[in-house]
Unconditional design. Structure first.
Length: 331
């Protein structure tokens, strides 16, 4: 199996139960998660040696995060401890035609407050095959934009492939700021999670009535260094019923998974991270493009069936699900 380094902020998530507004909630469920951490958990579930790098407060919440990661087999040698707080976000679960809403409370967190590298790049990337980071991290501050670029360049110098998930969050920065940063960082990226909306709104590709392969082709022309693009196509019928299909672009060819109807959705948050983890696993295994996108999409669909931010299924379970035709009882 491969050695992977994931870096980003992991946060405390507080969720009201479905049907309860946040301002009227009497109790909140506690989870821990973040884009890069969720990918780390998926890859550890599939047997890879995964290090998660971040910075946590030196208190009980920091200890809880570390226990969460270790419980899934994620290595924490590069988890820094220091002053500041653990970033937090609050979730009001959608129901029916009312979508889920998120409130971030992450300013002055131990991670977001970092302004200089606090890791030895040589130690962080020693022997690593892939470095994974997302667009959420550089959205935190100008300092983190600089740090993200430094980290990616250091990973490339160490011989790592770089996987970058655009993961645009409108609550963190504007499309203009995100697009400007992407022009700096994507020339150093090997694998990229980016779909139609990213192509149009972040990379400036003209909108067209053509299929997703048109956008992949245009992104490939702009960024010939990127070997693989991938994304999901989601049709939202309600907060609890979605259709999901995965796509992957490799060697000038677009590959598409089967379309899944997810009904009901238990928890949508982290579904994209489960897809990214599945893509990376398939690429690291040397699977065919069709196998890669089929596995990743099945992993994402399964994530929608459990509470919390991270995927809780191993490789055998994902493969079994992807090959099944129904939700029959497994005896």
């Amino acid at each position: 199996m491969a050695k992977v380094v994931c870096l980003g902020e992991i946060m405390l998530r507080l969720s009201a139960e479905a049907g309860t507004r946040l301002q009227y909630a009497q109790q909140l469920a506690v989870f821990y998660g973040g884009g890069e951490a969720n990918v780390a958990v998926s890859l550890a579930n599939y047997g890879h040696q995964v290090q998660f790098a971040s910075k946590l407060p030196a208190n009980g919440f920091g200890q809880a995060v570390e226990q969460h990661l270790r419980g899934y087999g994620v290595l924490t040698d590069h988890l820094l401890k220091g002053t500041g707080r653990l970033g937090t976000y609050f979730v009001e679960q959608g129901t029916g035609q009312r979508g889920t809403s998120v409130i971030y409370d992450r300013q002055a967190s131990a991670f977001a407050s970092m302004s200089e590298p606090e890791w030895s790049f040589a130690e962080l990337f020693a022997g690593a095959d892939v470095f994974h980071i997302s667009g959420i991290t550089p959205a935190l501050s100008e300092a983190w934009q600089k740090l993200t670029l430094e980290l990616i360049k250091a990973a490339k110098q160490a011989g790592c492939s770089v996987n970058f998930d655009c993961n645009y969050r409108k609550n963190l920065w504007s499309q203009k700021a995100a697009g400007k940063f992407l022009t700096k960082v994507l020339p150093f990226v090997d694998y990229c999670s980016a779909g139609k909306l990213d192509a149009i709104h972040l990379l400036g590709i003209p909108e067209s009535s053509q299929e997703i392969s048109y956008y992949y082709q245009k992104m490939q022309e702009m960024l010939p260094n990127i070997k693989v693009f991938y994304s999901t196509n989601r049709v939202v019928h309600s907060a609890c019923v979605n259709e999901l299909q995965g796509t992957l672009w490799q060697n000038d060819t677009c590959y598409t998974s089967k379309n899944y109807l997810i009904d009901p959705i238990i928890d949508r948050i982290g579904g994209g991270d489960a897809f990214t983890g599945g893509i990376l696993h398939g690429l690291l295994q040397g699977s065919s493009p069709n196998e890669v996108v089929a596995f990743a999409t099945a992993a994402s669909v399964l994530k929608h069936s459990v509470k919390g931010d991270c995927n809780q299924f191993n490789e055998a379970e994902v493969l079994s699900f992807s090959q099944s035709e129904s939700a029959k009882i497994e005896r």
